[in-house]
Write a protein that binds this ligand. Structure first.
Ligand SMILES: C[S@@+](CC[C@H](N)C(=O)[O-])C[C@H]1O[C@@H](n2cnc3c(N)ncnc32)[C@H](O)[C@@H]1O
Length: 249
């Protein structure tokens, strides 16, 4: 699986490409600049699931360049702690912060999602967008989410669940993975519209890459070619869960 350093090299290419930003950010506010495949309506569903109140703390595991987490924190007027293994992504996230001036507090740290170094029970909610399938020790990431959550705190996670010929990195049993970590799973909802958008983006990247000259767009096109091999063996999902203990008054 890609390391933080490998993601650093990617982010250096992707940050230099307006075409890449336009492709992957299609339909989202420009300042969000995701490196993920959740549409704006999907971020709104994630926001609903997190059920944050103003002033509460959201931890974003694998925050990338910060935009999706900052958007969520802005909508909820919540505080944000973003964690990512890529130094380049975290540097970009720190620079992006000023584009979300109503977020009451945001900070970003370079760390592994399974060993964040953050204090126990620091989060009212944890979000992770398109990260789990990239992580070597997925049970450890789930346990870390439980450790970070306050009693009753909510988790929203977007990923792909694999079966059959899907690469091993795609989790086979998300409900079991999260339950084994100590979470109560509320729902695993398949998101066909998100998947359609993802493959549409790959198709547009493939067409744009034919002109050549933009390594970031070529990265996206290459990812799309690889994805064709496992497309029918994964399902695109939003997973919601919560910490099993009752919320403290
Ligand atoms: C597909 S990107 C998603 C980024 C962000 N959530 C977004 O929506 O734009 C996956 C991110 O996970 C990070 N990542 C992958 N494995 C990680 C790990 N083990 N620990 C911390 N971050 C990791 C990568 O550096 C990358 O920024």
């Amino acid at each position: 699986m890609a390391t933080g350093a490998e993601f650093d090299a990617g982010y250096l290419r992707w940050r230099a490409s307006e075409a890449h930003a336009a492709l992957i950010g299609e339909g989202l506010p420009t300042r969000v600049q995701p490196f993920s495949f959740v549409p704006l309506a999907g971020l709104a569903s994630v926001l609903d699931a997190l059920a944050l109140s103003p002033g509460q703390t959201l931890v974003d595991l694998g925050c990338g360049r910060g935009g999706p987490g900052l958007w969520l924190a802005e909508q909820a007027r919540a505080r944000l702690i973003g964690v990512d293994a890529s130094r380049v992504a975290v540097a970009d996230a720190r620079q992006r912060q000023h584009l979300f001036p109503t977020v009451p507090h945001a900070c970003f740290t370079v760390a592994e999602v399974a060993t964040t170094g953050l204090p126990d029970a620091c989060a009212h909610a944890v979000v992770s967008i398109d990260v789990l399938q990239l992580v070597d020790d997925q049970p450890a990431m789930a346990r870390e989410a439980v450790r970070l959550l306050r009693p009753g705190g909510r988790l929203a996670l977007t990923t792909w669940e694999g079966s059959g010929s899907a690469p091993q990195r795609f989790p086979r049993d998300l409900a079991g993975l999260l339950a084994d970590a100590g979470l109560r799973v509320d729902a695993i909802v398949e998101q066909p519209a998100w998947a359609k958008r993802q493959y549409d983006i790959y198709a547009r990247a493939a067409a744009a890459a034919e002109a050549g000259g933009d390594p970031a767009v070529e990265d996206l096109a290459a990812e799309g070619r690889r994805a064709q091999a496992w497309r029918h063996a994964v399902r695109r999902v939003l997973v919601t869960a919560h910490h099993p203990a009752s919320p403290q008054p």
